[in-house]
Design a protein around this ligand. Structure first.
Ligand code: A2P
Length: 336
């Protein structure tokens, strides 16, 4: 059986990656409908060696699609996801718009594929935030074995998480700096080239940013466990592709480090770098593939149940496109 698949935001960074990933993973696509705004309708996109024309979402009839993969921003999803869902198209949404609705499943296939059955409530499934996805793929086996009381995490997030314009801004600022030309910032609140910015998304009343609170809310929802405490600091760094995270966690029960290594070696989607003199980085390891890399695994010298790890993955792939396509695979294999 084959499926008609609509990709909304098809000309964007994640949308393009979704289309590439559908081809790469040989998803059973009958017809592909790349959708965007009227600005880029009529452009052509490459899919499996064929040219497919981008359509204006405003004129698209979603009853023609079985599955819709949405990544055109929250307000676009807010408008079009209910329309698509009503027309019988199952929406897999990459934005944060529906993530915290109790009746919308929030899925990382390696962690909580069993929650997918709830998609029938609204015909909408949410794809989590990129930082949450890679963190939970790495922590799930540890959580299952020992429980987790608390997670302290600092992120080092690539500019591609903020879209095409953000990638262009880092490139342009870098070039301007090299040529000693003046620099402007539009996408980021401060200069991003050769800098780090401890703000992603808007500040909340409690002093955390929205990006940080996403990691709190989403971790608890995906694990189905509101007793897991999460304390994040999310930082933008001048890297194009690949998020890194320094994670310090406290397990509920005492852990055995050798057993943790074994668990991570056996975990789906994870590659543990065991060499004590080596570690993964976004550029040398994660960028361009779907693996969640774990390195710097070590016991916390300041806490008896403390464990430290460094987790790296490509935010546009496992953090966005690949996770969405994996959800679609679960959906067609088990429910459609
Ligand atoms: P368009 O090319 O028509 O602007 P990125 O996250 O890389 O910035 O990409 C955003 C994606 O979302 C693009 O594909 C963009 O299409 C799409 N998009 C943005 N606003 C709208 C809108 N109002 N309606 C449909 N698609 C939109």
């Amino acid at each position: 059986q084959k499926f008609n698949v609509a990709v909304l935001g098809a000309t964007g960074l994640v949308g393009r990656q979704i289309i590439e990933t559908l081809a790469e993973r040989k998803f059973p696509v009958d017809q592909l409908f790349p959708l965007a705004s009227s600005r880029s309708a009529g452009e052509e996109i490459d899919f499996n060696g064929e040219k497919v024309t981008v359509l204006d979402v405003e004129e698209f009839d979603f009853s023609n699609a079985h599955i819709g993969l949405f990544s055109a921003g929250g307000s676009v999803s807010e408008k079009y996801a209910p329309i698509a869902a009503e027309a019988g198209c199952v929406v897999i949404d990459n934005t944060s718009h529906f993530r915290y609705d109790y009746d919308v499943p929030l899925i990382v296939p390696e962690v909580n594929a069993h929650n997918l059955a709830d998609f029938r409530n609204r015909n909408i499934i949410a794809n989590p935030n990129c930082s949450t996805i890679q963190m939970l793929v790495a922590l799930k086996p540890i959580y299952d074995a020992y429980g987790i009381d608390r997670i302290n995490v600092s992120t080092y997030q690539a500019v591609s998480g903020a879209g095409k314009e953000a990638v262009d801004e880092l490139a342009k600022q870098t070039a301007n700096l090299m040529n000693a030309r003046p620099m402007e910032n539009d996408v980021f609140p401060k200069q991003i080239a050769f800098n780090v910015i401890p703000q992603i998304d808007a500040f909340q009343e409690n002093g955390y940013t929205k990006e940080e609170m996403k990691m709190v809310w989403e971790t608890q929802k995906i694990l189905g466990d509101s007793s897991v405490m999460v304390n994040p600091t999310a930082v933008r760094v001048p890297v194009f592709f690949g998020h890194a995270e320094a994670i310090h966690l406290e397990t509920r029960m005492p852990y055995d480090l050798e057993q943790v290594k074994q668990l991570l070696n056996d975990a789906p989607g994870v590659e543990l770098i065991e060499d004590e003199n080596d570690y993964p980085t976004p550029v040398s390891d994660a960028s361009g593939n779907d693996t969640v890399y774990v390195g710097r695994l070590r016991a916390d010298i300041s806490h008896p149940h403390g464990l430290n790890l460094w987790v790296v993955s490509d935010n546009t792939r496992k953090g966005a496109a690949t996770n969405s396509v994996q959800i679609a695979e679960e959906l067609v294999n088990n429910y459609l």
